[in-house]
Design a binder for this molecule. Structure first.
Ligand SMILES: [Zn+2]
Length: 42
């Protein structure tokens, strides 16, 4: 269950970007390597 919150503004609207998990409210990058270790290459 991914019920993460933004530690900066407390917003629950997190969007998955190519860079990682980003808060859509303040634009803070919460986790850059969200799929670290389980990355699909190719
Ligand atoms: Zn935020």
């Amino acid at each position: 269950m991914t019920n993460e919150k933004c530690p900066e503004c407390g917003g629950e609207k997190l969007v998955m970007n190519s860079e990682g998990l980003i808060c859509s409210k303040c634009g803070l990058i919460i986790s850059e390597t969200y799929f670290s270790g389980n990355e699909v290459v190719r």
